[in-house]
Design a protein around this ligand. Sequence first.
Ligand code: IFM
Length: 470
Amino acid sequence: MDPTATLSPVDDSSRHGPLDDLPTGFRWGVATSAYQIEGAVAEDGRTPSIWDTFCRVPGAVAGGDIGDAACDHYHRMPEDVALMRDLAVDTYRFSVAWPRVQPGGRGPANPAGLAFYDRLVDELLGNGIDPWVTLYHWDLPQELEDAGGWPVRETAYRFADYALLVFDRLSDRVRTWTTLNEPWCSAMLGYAYGAHAPGRRDFAASMHAVHHLLLAHGLATQRMRAAAPGPVDLGITLNMGTAEPATDSDLDAAAARRSDGLGTRLYLDPLRRGRYPADVLADLERRGIRLPVEPGDLEIISAPIDVLGVNYYMGHLFSGVDEDGRTVDAAGNPVVRAIPRGLPRTAMDWEIFPQGLTDLLTRVARDYPGVPMVVTESGAAFDDAPDATGYVADEDRTAYHAAHIAAVARACRDGADVRGYFAWSLLDNFEWAYGYDKRFGIVRVDYDTQVRTPKRSALWYRDTIRRLRG
Ligand code: IFM
């Protein structure tokens, strides 16, 4: 199929509910991250990140996949920007690779590394696309992990220095800055569960990482605000879901509270209220863990932000009882078990629950008012079946985006201030520990040839954007 062909517009109003409630000026974007697409890991002075190291650990990543080439975006950037222009998106959310810009995580900027992002920003602006920078999407310089990583306070100060190097170079052209992407993943998947780089399994260390990630955000935010040459929008992106009790039992209510506490309130409370949630601190205390908070930290962490990025993929019901009827696990901690709703699932085995996005956005608007939100990631992996030309008629992914955009519109109707939706992801890419097998892109990447082919979801997204823009 000719990928430039116009599809007949999908009638969202009958299929998924009205989109009229999306506000004027709503941003339509696509998102990626550096390690997942760039490749060129040893070029122009870039040094290894924790993901370069982790990928070499036998069994850490499915299929032994590595990010050395990824989507070769580093060499194909103008082609990828042209693709975005053809898809009619107005915003591109990308991340900057710390070890490309500041090899080793300390000292001066690497001019060749910064120059890549300089060219990217110019290319975007030249094509009428607004650049949206994420400063950290999980690629910590390996040297900083060797010095202790996020569980160590010093890493927060190193991040603030790095942030300023990028900000000084790009803030004359970039208005919107996200400090961290999904600090929950950095802390929990990286330091508690060992599923992501650096692959540690130490719950206490992960809680220290939470505090230092938030401190890093606050320090960088303060310094960027002070250095801003003009108006800027500063913020952070959190991955959040919904957590509801599976039944009205006290045990299930406690399980939902614990999940919500560690997944959402542990981040939003200090960021927006300047304090950690008392129930979470008490739970941690019972496990002998204290957050390493020093005087003044919470004022820094709660520095005002201009936008909150929301990444949503799923919502859960929780039970406080395991399959065998136990209420505490082998380590003596209360059971927190996700209970399936019986909904259709993506290739990640994640339940598809668009209403959860409405619920999440309205909840955040209610409990943490005063800051606009943008859905900085929403998307799904499916087992794509390309035709002979590489085209994927991904009705499943198209329906996923349509349903989640409609969910955003419902949240806006219910009073949430949501100002954009970014599809995750522009391209099929390196899906971390799942390797290249899980494809989230609205554009297919043939990893043998690096040919990009817009899927049906991309064409639908383009047509929807054009139609809603009027
Ligand atoms: O691919 C990731 C992305 O890097 C962060 N948010 C979730 C996506 C899908 O797992």
